[in-house]
Design a protein around this ligand. Structure first.
Ligand code: UDP
Ligand code: MG
Length: 315
Protein backbone atom coordinates (compact mmCIF):
# COMPACT_ATOMS: atom_id res chain seq x y z
CA UNK A 1 0.00 0.00 0.00
CA UNK A 2 2.79 2.37 0.88
CA UNK A 3 4.57 1.53 -2.37
CA UNK A 4 2.56 3.70 -4.74
CA UNK A 5 2.81 6.88 -2.69
CA UNK A 6 4.31 9.67 -4.74
CA UNK A 7 4.45 12.56 -2.32
CA UNK A 8 5.16 12.53 1.41
CA UNK A 9 4.78 15.69 3.41
CA UNK A 10 6.76 15.67 6.66
CA UNK A 11 5.72 18.13 9.36
CA UNK A 12 7.25 18.44 12.83
CA UNK A 13 4.87 19.76 15.44
CA UNK A 14 5.64 20.70 19.01
CA UNK A 15 2.78 22.21 20.98
CA UNK A 16 0.84 23.35 17.95
CA UNK A 17 -2.68 22.42 19.07
CA UNK A 18 -4.34 25.43 17.42
CA UNK A 19 -2.34 25.10 14.23
CA UNK A 20 -2.36 21.46 13.13
CA UNK A 21 -5.99 21.21 12.13
CA UNK A 22 -5.93 24.54 10.27
CA UNK A 23 -2.78 23.43 8.54
CA UNK A 24 -4.39 20.16 7.53
CA UNK A 25 -7.37 22.02 6.10
CA UNK A 26 -5.13 24.23 3.98
CA UNK A 27 -2.74 21.50 2.96
CA UNK A 28 -5.18 18.76 1.99
CA UNK A 29 -6.88 20.58 -0.95
CA UNK A 30 -3.48 21.56 -2.35
CA UNK A 31 -2.37 17.92 -2.29
CA UNK A 32 -5.68 16.67 -3.69
CA UNK A 33 -5.35 19.04 -6.61
CA UNK A 34 -1.99 17.54 -7.55
CA UNK A 35 -3.75 14.23 -8.27
CA UNK A 36 -0.85 12.25 -6.92
CA UNK A 37 -1.03 9.72 -4.14
CA UNK A 38 0.23 11.38 -1.02
CA UNK A 39 0.69 10.99 2.69
CA UNK A 40 0.99 13.58 5.43
CA UNK A 41 3.38 12.52 8.18
CA UNK A 42 3.10 14.68 11.25
CA UNK A 43 5.69 14.11 13.92
CA UNK A 44 4.49 15.09 17.35
CA UNK A 45 7.75 16.06 18.98
CA UNK A 46 6.69 15.38 22.57
CA UNK A 47 3.95 18.01 22.73
CA UNK A 48 2.52 18.66 26.18
CA UNK A 49 -0.68 20.27 24.90
CA UNK A 50 -3.52 18.70 22.90
CA UNK A 51 -1.57 18.37 19.67
CA UNK A 52 -1.55 14.56 19.72
CA UNK A 53 -5.29 14.43 20.43
CA UNK A 54 -5.99 16.59 17.39
CA UNK A 55 -3.64 14.51 15.26
CA UNK A 56 -5.33 11.32 16.37
CA UNK A 57 -8.67 12.70 15.21
CA UNK A 58 -7.21 13.74 11.86
CA UNK A 59 -5.73 10.28 11.44
CA UNK A 60 -9.13 8.77 12.25
CA UNK A 61 -10.82 10.82 9.54
CA UNK A 62 -8.18 10.58 6.86
CA UNK A 63 -5.85 7.62 6.55
CA UNK A 64 -3.34 9.59 4.51
CA UNK A 65 -2.48 11.34 7.77
CA UNK A 66 0.19 9.43 9.66
CA UNK A 67 1.40 10.35 13.07
CA UNK A 68 4.65 9.63 14.83
CA UNK A 69 4.65 10.49 18.51
CA UNK A 70 7.91 11.04 20.31
CA UNK A 71 8.19 10.07 23.95
CA UNK A 72 9.48 13.53 24.78
CA UNK A 73 10.67 16.64 22.99
CA UNK A 74 13.72 15.70 20.91
CA UNK A 75 13.81 18.74 18.66
CA UNK A 76 12.87 19.59 15.12
CA UNK A 77 15.88 17.83 13.59
CA UNK A 78 15.01 14.50 15.21
CA UNK A 79 11.39 14.97 14.14
CA UNK A 80 12.44 15.46 10.52
CA UNK A 81 14.68 12.43 10.74
CA UNK A 82 11.89 10.19 12.02
CA UNK A 83 9.55 11.54 9.34
CA UNK A 84 12.10 10.93 6.59
CA UNK A 85 12.60 7.35 7.70
CA UNK A 86 8.86 6.75 7.57
CA UNK A 87 8.24 8.57 4.27
CA UNK A 88 7.39 6.36 1.30
CA UNK A 89 7.02 8.98 -1.43
CA UNK A 90 9.45 9.58 -4.29
CA UNK A 91 9.26 13.22 -3.36
CA UNK A 92 9.39 14.45 0.21
CA UNK A 93 8.15 17.87 1.20
CA UNK A 94 8.92 19.41 4.56
CA UNK A 95 7.17 22.31 6.21
CA UNK A 96 6.43 23.82 9.62
CA UNK A 97 3.23 23.05 11.49
CA UNK A 98 2.67 26.63 12.61
CA UNK A 99 1.24 27.93 9.30
CA UNK A 100 4.24 30.19 8.74
CA UNK A 101 4.86 28.26 5.52
CA UNK A 102 2.09 28.32 2.97
CA UNK A 103 0.91 24.98 1.47
CA UNK A 104 -0.07 26.91 -1.68
CA UNK A 105 3.64 27.13 -2.53
CA UNK A 106 3.99 23.36 -2.86
CA UNK A 107 3.10 23.16 -6.59
CA UNK A 108 5.78 25.77 -7.25
CA UNK A 109 8.41 23.66 -5.50
CA UNK A 110 7.32 20.55 -7.38
CA UNK A 111 7.45 22.34 -10.73
CA UNK A 112 11.02 23.37 -10.03
CA UNK A 113 11.91 19.84 -8.94
CA UNK A 114 10.56 18.60 -12.28
CA UNK A 115 13.08 20.79 -14.05
CA UNK A 116 15.61 18.25 -12.87
CA UNK A 117 16.79 19.54 -9.50
CA UNK A 118 17.29 17.18 -6.55
CA UNK A 119 16.29 19.65 -3.87
CA UNK A 120 14.22 22.80 -4.03
CA UNK A 121 14.46 25.09 -1.02
CA UNK A 122 11.99 27.80 -0.14
CA UNK A 123 13.38 31.30 0.17
CA UNK A 124 11.41 33.48 2.59
CA UNK A 125 11.88 36.68 0.63
CA UNK A 126 9.55 38.64 2.84
CA UNK A 127 10.13 37.01 6.17
CA UNK A 128 7.71 37.58 9.02
CA UNK A 129 9.85 36.97 12.07
CA UNK A 130 11.31 39.20 14.73
CA UNK A 131 14.14 41.54 13.77
CA UNK A 132 16.68 39.74 15.95
CA UNK A 133 15.86 36.37 14.43
CA UNK A 134 16.17 37.74 10.91
CA UNK A 135 19.52 39.33 11.69
CA UNK A 136 20.82 36.15 13.25
CA UNK A 137 19.69 34.21 10.25
CA UNK A 138 21.34 36.57 7.74
CA UNK A 139 24.56 36.40 9.73
CA UNK A 140 24.40 32.60 9.93
CA UNK A 141 23.70 32.29 6.20
CA UNK A 142 26.65 34.56 5.43
CA UNK A 143 28.91 32.59 7.72
CA UNK A 144 27.72 29.39 6.12
CA UNK A 145 28.68 30.70 2.69
CA UNK A 146 32.09 31.76 4.01
CA UNK A 147 32.76 28.27 5.33
CA UNK A 148 31.36 26.29 2.49
CA UNK A 149 31.20 27.54 -1.03
CA UNK A 150 29.31 24.63 -2.58
CA UNK A 151 25.83 25.78 -1.63
CA UNK A 152 24.63 29.06 -3.08
CA UNK A 153 21.16 29.70 -1.71
CA UNK A 154 19.92 32.61 0.37
CA UNK A 155 17.90 30.90 3.02
CA UNK A 156 18.83 27.45 4.17
CA UNK A 157 16.70 27.75 7.33
CA UNK A 158 13.29 27.75 5.65
CA UNK A 159 11.47 24.53 6.45
CA UNK A 160 9.46 24.49 3.24
CA UNK A 161 11.55 22.33 0.93
CA UNK A 162 11.09 19.52 -1.56
CA UNK A 163 13.52 16.62 -1.87
CA UNK A 164 13.84 13.64 -4.11
CA UNK A 165 13.74 10.54 -1.97
CA UNK A 166 17.29 9.45 -2.74
CA UNK A 167 18.68 12.66 -1.22
CA UNK A 168 17.50 11.62 2.20
CA UNK A 169 18.60 7.99 2.13
CA UNK A 170 21.31 7.46 4.72
CA UNK A 171 21.42 11.03 5.91
CA UNK A 172 22.12 11.24 9.63
CA UNK A 173 20.69 14.21 11.43
CA UNK A 174 21.55 15.37 14.93
CA UNK A 175 21.19 18.37 17.17
CA UNK A 176 19.86 21.43 15.38
CA UNK A 177 21.33 20.65 12.03
CA UNK A 178 18.17 20.35 9.95
CA UNK A 179 18.91 23.83 8.61
CA UNK A 180 22.09 22.55 7.04
CA UNK A 181 20.60 19.60 5.18
CA UNK A 182 21.05 21.49 1.88
CA UNK A 183 24.74 22.05 2.67
CA UNK A 184 25.23 18.36 3.38
CA UNK A 185 23.39 17.41 0.22
CA UNK A 186 25.33 19.89 -1.93
CA UNK A 187 28.50 18.38 -0.52
CA UNK A 188 27.27 14.93 -1.50
CA UNK A 189 26.81 16.21 -5.04
CA UNK A 190 23.04 16.77 -5.21
CA UNK A 191 21.79 19.75 -7.19
CA UNK A 192 19.95 22.39 -5.21
CA UNK A 193 17.67 25.18 -6.37
CA UNK A 194 15.59 27.75 -4.55
CA UNK A 195 12.26 29.43 -5.20
CA UNK A 196 10.72 32.41 -3.45
CA UNK A 197 7.91 31.41 -1.07
CA UNK A 198 5.42 33.18 1.12
CA UNK A 199 5.94 33.51 4.84
CA UNK A 200 3.28 34.34 7.38
CA UNK A 201 3.56 35.62 10.92
CA UNK A 202 2.81 33.03 13.58
CA UNK A 203 -0.80 33.45 14.75
CA UNK A 204 -1.16 30.77 17.39
CA UNK A 205 1.29 29.30 19.84
CA UNK A 206 4.83 30.42 20.51
CA UNK A 207 8.11 30.18 18.64
CA UNK A 208 10.28 27.43 20.08
CA UNK A 209 13.53 29.06 19.21
CA UNK A 210 15.39 31.29 21.61
CA UNK A 211 18.94 32.48 21.68
CA UNK A 212 20.47 29.33 23.19
CA UNK A 213 18.82 27.19 20.58
CA UNK A 214 20.05 29.45 17.80
CA UNK A 215 23.50 29.28 19.31
CA UNK A 216 23.36 25.49 19.23
CA UNK A 217 22.39 25.75 15.60
CA UNK A 218 25.43 27.88 15.01
CA UNK A 219 27.72 25.32 16.63
CA UNK A 220 26.10 22.64 14.51
CA UNK A 221 27.04 24.71 11.49
CA UNK A 222 30.68 24.41 12.52
CA UNK A 223 30.39 20.68 13.09
CA UNK A 224 28.58 20.15 9.80
CA UNK A 225 31.34 21.98 8.01
CA UNK A 226 34.02 20.06 9.82
CA UNK A 227 32.16 16.91 8.91
CA UNK A 228 31.93 17.83 5.25
CA UNK A 229 35.61 18.55 5.02
CA UNK A 230 37.14 15.90 7.23
CA UNK A 231 34.66 13.15 7.99
CA UNK A 232 36.39 10.72 5.68
CA UNK A 233 39.88 11.40 7.04
CA UNK A 234 39.99 13.43 10.28
CA UNK A 235 43.69 12.58 10.45
CA UNK A 236 44.22 15.03 7.59
CA UNK A 237 43.22 17.90 9.85
CA UNK A 238 44.67 16.78 13.17
CA UNK A 239 47.66 15.13 11.57
CA UNK A 240 48.40 18.26 9.55
CA UNK A 241 48.53 20.48 12.61
CA UNK A 242 50.32 17.72 14.55
CA UNK A 243 53.12 17.44 12.02
CA UNK A 244 53.49 21.24 11.81
CA UNK A 245 53.71 21.47 15.57
CA UNK A 246 56.21 18.60 15.76
CA UNK A 247 58.45 20.10 13.10
CA UNK A 248 58.41 23.57 14.70
CA UNK A 249 59.14 22.08 18.12
CA UNK A 250 61.91 19.94 16.70
CA UNK A 251 63.64 22.89 15.04
CA UNK A 252 63.46 24.94 18.24
CA UNK A 253 64.86 22.07 20.27
CA UNK A 254 67.73 21.47 17.85
CA UNK A 255 68.57 25.15 18.18
CA UNK A 256 68.48 24.82 21.98
CA UNK A 257 70.82 21.81 21.89
CA UNK A 258 73.18 23.75 19.64
CA UNK A 259 73.14 26.71 22.07
CA UNK A 260 73.87 24.49 25.03
CA UNK A 261 76.61 22.26 23.64
CA UNK A 262 78.33 24.46 21.09
CA UNK A 263 77.85 27.81 22.72
CA UNK A 264 77.88 26.70 26.34
CA UNK A 265 74.76 28.76 27.06
CA UNK A 266 72.53 28.08 30.06
CA UNK A 267 68.99 27.21 29.06
CA UNK A 268 67.20 27.62 32.37
CA UNK A 269 66.33 31.23 31.49
CA UNK A 270 65.13 30.48 27.95
CA UNK A 271 61.31 30.44 27.56
CA UNK A 272 61.89 29.24 23.99
CA UNK A 273 62.92 25.87 25.39
CA UNK A 274 59.53 25.56 27.02
CA UNK A 275 57.83 26.40 23.75
CA UNK A 276 59.90 23.83 21.87
CA UNK A 277 59.04 21.07 24.33
CA UNK A 278 55.38 22.10 24.35
CA UNK A 279 55.13 22.05 20.56
CA UNK A 280 56.61 18.57 20.39
CA UNK A 281 54.16 17.31 23.00
CA UNK A 282 51.25 19.06 21.29
CA UNK A 283 52.28 17.53 17.98
CA UNK A 284 52.25 14.04 19.45
CA UNK A 285 48.86 14.65 21.10
CA UNK A 286 47.34 15.96 17.86
CA UNK A 287 48.64 13.01 15.88
CA UNK A 288 47.22 10.56 18.39
CA UNK A 289 43.91 12.48 18.33
CA UNK A 290 43.84 12.25 14.57
CA UNK A 291 44.45 8.52 14.60
CA UNK A 292 41.75 8.00 17.24
CA UNK A 293 39.30 10.17 15.31
CA UNK A 294 40.01 8.13 12.20
CA UNK A 295 39.26 4.92 14.07
CA UNK A 296 36.08 6.42 15.51
CA UNK A 297 34.88 7.48 12.08
CA UNK A 298 35.34 3.92 10.85
CA UNK A 299 33.26 2.63 13.74
CA UNK A 300 30.69 5.36 13.12
CA UNK A 301 30.12 4.34 9.54
CA UNK A 302 29.21 0.85 10.67
CA UNK A 303 26.67 1.37 13.41
CA UNK A 304 22.98 2.03 12.80
CA UNK A 305 21.72 4.59 15.30
CA UNK A 306 18.97 7.01 16.21
CA UNK A 307 19.05 9.71 18.86
CA UNK A 308 15.36 9.73 19.70
CA UNK A 309 12.65 7.43 20.97
CA UNK A 310 9.27 6.87 19.31
CA UNK A 311 6.34 6.10 21.58
CA UNK A 312 3.60 5.44 19.06
CA UNK A 313 2.90 5.39 15.35
CA UNK A 314 -0.47 5.83 13.69
CA UNK A 315 -0.08 4.58 10.13
N1 UDP B 1 9.34 22.22 16.38
C1 UDP B 1 9.48 20.90 16.78
N2 UDP B 1 10.25 20.62 17.87
C2 UDP B 1 10.93 21.59 18.53
C3 UDP B 1 10.82 22.93 18.09
C4 UDP B 1 10.01 23.20 17.01
O1 UDP B 1 8.89 20.00 16.21
O2 UDP B 1 11.62 21.27 19.50
C5 UDP B 1 8.47 22.52 15.23
C6 UDP B 1 7.40 23.55 15.51
O3 UDP B 1 6.23 22.95 16.04
C7 UDP B 1 7.18 24.17 14.16
C8 UDP B 1 8.56 24.09 13.52
O4 UDP B 1 9.26 23.09 14.23
O5 UDP B 1 6.29 23.41 13.38
C9 UDP B 1 9.30 25.42 13.59
O6 UDP B 1 9.34 25.88 14.90
P1 UDP B 1 9.06 27.40 15.29
O7 UDP B 1 7.87 27.90 14.54
O8 UDP B 1 9.03 27.49 16.76
O9 UDP B 1 10.36 28.09 14.75
P2 UDP B 1 10.46 29.55 14.14
O10 UDP B 1 9.49 29.63 13.00
O11 UDP B 1 10.09 30.47 15.26
O12 UDP B 1 11.89 29.66 13.71
MG1 MG C 1 7.56 29.18 13.06
Amino acid sequence: MAKDIEISVVIPAYNEQENVELLYRKLKPVLDKLRKKHEIIIVDDGSTDKTFGVLKQLHGKDNSVKVIKFRRNFGQTAAFDAGFKQAAGNVIITMDADLQNDPEDIPKLLAKLDEGWDVVAGWRVNRKDSFSKRMFSIFANMFRMLLNDKLRIHDSGCSLKAYRKECLDDLDLYGEMHRFIPSLLAWKGFRIAEVAVKHNPRKFGKSKYNLTRLLKGFLDLLVVNFWMKYSARPIHLFGGFGVLSLVAGFIINVYMVWLKFWRGATLSNRPLLLLGVMLVLLGVVLLVFGILADIMVKVYYRSPRTAYSIEKKLE
